[in-house]
Design a protein around this ligand. Sequence first.
Ligand code: GDP
Ligand code: MG
Length: 690
Amino acid sequence: MSKQITVGLAGNPNAGKTTVFNALTGARQHVGNYPGVTVEQKEGFCEHRDYEIRIVDLPGTYSLTAYSMEELIARDFVVEEKPDVIVDVVDAANLERNLYLTTQFIELDQPTVVALNMIDVAEHTGKKINHERLSALFGIPMVPMAASKRRGMEALLDTIVKVAETGEAPQVHPRFGTELEEHIGEMEMLVAERGLLTHLPARWIAIKLLENDSQVRELVEESSPDAVGILAATDAARAHLARVIGDDAEVAVADHRYGFASGAVRQALHYDQVERMDWSDAVDRILVNRVLGLPIFVLMMWAMFEMVFRFGNAPMAGIESAFEALGNAVAALVPDGELESLVVDGIISGVGGVLIFVPNIVLLFVGISLLEDSGYMARAAFVVDRIMHHVGLHGKSFIPMLIGFGCTVPAVMATRTLDTRRDRIVTILIVPLMSCGARLPVYILLAGAFFPAAIAGKVIFSIYALGVLMAMAMALLFRSTVLTGETTPFVMELPPYRMPTLSGVAIHVWERAWQYVKKAGTVILAFAIVMWFLMSYPKPPAAVVEGLPDTQAAHYSLEYSAAGRLGRALEPALKPLGFNWQIGTALIAGFGAKEVVVSTLGTAYSLGETGEKTSDLRTALQNDPSLSPLVAYTFMVFVLLYLPCLATTVIIWRETGSWKWPLFAVGYTTVLAYVVSLIVYQGGMFLGYG
Ligand code: GDP
Ligand code: MG
């Protein structure tokens, strides 16, 4: 009998810890005090297989915060002494409340076993617990038992030994919603970078700091001289969260833990009798319903996009005419010539072409924020999980995909909440197919120019839908070829419903919209200037253009320029898709950022014009005989699918830690874009839509 296993016995008060302890150890126990405090520490021994098992009875707690002596003792023991196995005694008759503590044990990443005690009481009251399901959802073994009747003791010991031998840590990490996760990820990175308290999971420290845990704060402070930076970052993150959620971060964290526990219970617990329901259960009955859930979800999404286009048009037209007026005013002020062309054709029409979409972007973010803040998004993730599973995706992949409608960069970062690397990479690869906000301007421009107002919204919705469909198809393809394997189980999270606050939504929207505007003022401005130069130089020899009428001369100059030549060089490849060289040029520029597609077209068409500069880009496109509704639609399809932008490519590299995946993403999306566009265009021609 040489091998020893240390077990920390934890659980809520009255869950039956002492009973389990006595049943396991019998007379072999002694009582002392925890070092430094007068709280009783009971320790006992038992033998099983070839092991001597040392069992420490920890104080009963509901949580693992730093609020009480009991909680601190239990936590310190787990964290500092690192028992081989934590046995969390759970009262099966009060599952939800007890599992709240369990969610905190799995955050600690240490080998854990749940003793589902009082199973006799649960059965007596008509509850049937699917403990295998529950165990899969939490990613740790669970043993049903009744300690007072000595039922399940042998199985518990077997499981303890098995877990001690494999040392297997929990497989699941409850997530805390996009808002919190963003900050957790950030803090986690800071903690990991500085190598603080490496005996603890960085994610756990990050969560505790955000919860304002006094003890962890002190630990961090003592551990390193440059901890000040982390604590400052913590305070900033907490202040930000308080403004966005309208509640303290610790409350939000607790909400999500309850959401996790209560969702898991909903999935694994069945009653013989009719359940008691409160109103939020009743609402869930409908929203998460097997039959109704999906149609409701589609309806919600459709309503959101309707809102974006309905209410976005008027302010958009306003901004559009403001920029036109600005262009005219500047044109009148600045003497005719190259400088005027750079400012008016390059900068104002390039940046303006992007800024006019701010109202739409704002509305989209309002919609997403409302759904997120109300608690619906978490339910939606569960609703779509069934479909996601069919294509080998995880329900959690839904959140990054949804964020992808805003911007792909944060969406790729949001995949951190997926548990396995395989699930993560599949999600990262398909997220660029979700149509981001930057692509919206291209659709609005083209749909508005080539389709009647009544169907423009539906045309755009079809592009979004195509993106989702392609994402599913690609996921299925990747899961059956390069990234095969099981998907991890999914816990439906049911955070309490709450009324979104005006300030919360406003801050969300402001931050995201501001990012967009900032991009217009920096990256897009730079690209607009570069593209103007590429489109203006080199100039054709004066002798060649001299005799030509103005319009022809302008077109000739543009074709003669560097960008024109590049576009021309691509023409043979783009011809089967119906694209002219202006489109080719815009597509090349679009790798920088998708918004630039519009600004480049704007510059290309406004440089190609002569005389009056009044007509807008939309009219210019309508007047181009080489374009048609079919070409416009194919163009939208291509913009949807091709190349993640530069920023996305970089973030994929950072998040996957290899160049393989960003290169793969760039390659496969381009091939996909080409093939699908070819089918759309040639199919359309065949059907007579040319
Ligand atoms: P502790 O606070 O976690 O140490 O809980 P105790 O071990 O003191 O148990 C609280 C009460 O529940 C005691 O009256 C036990 O006899 C009873 N109890 C413990 N386990 C079981 C069980 O599996 N089934 C039933 N029916 N009662 C139990
Ligand atoms: Mg006790």
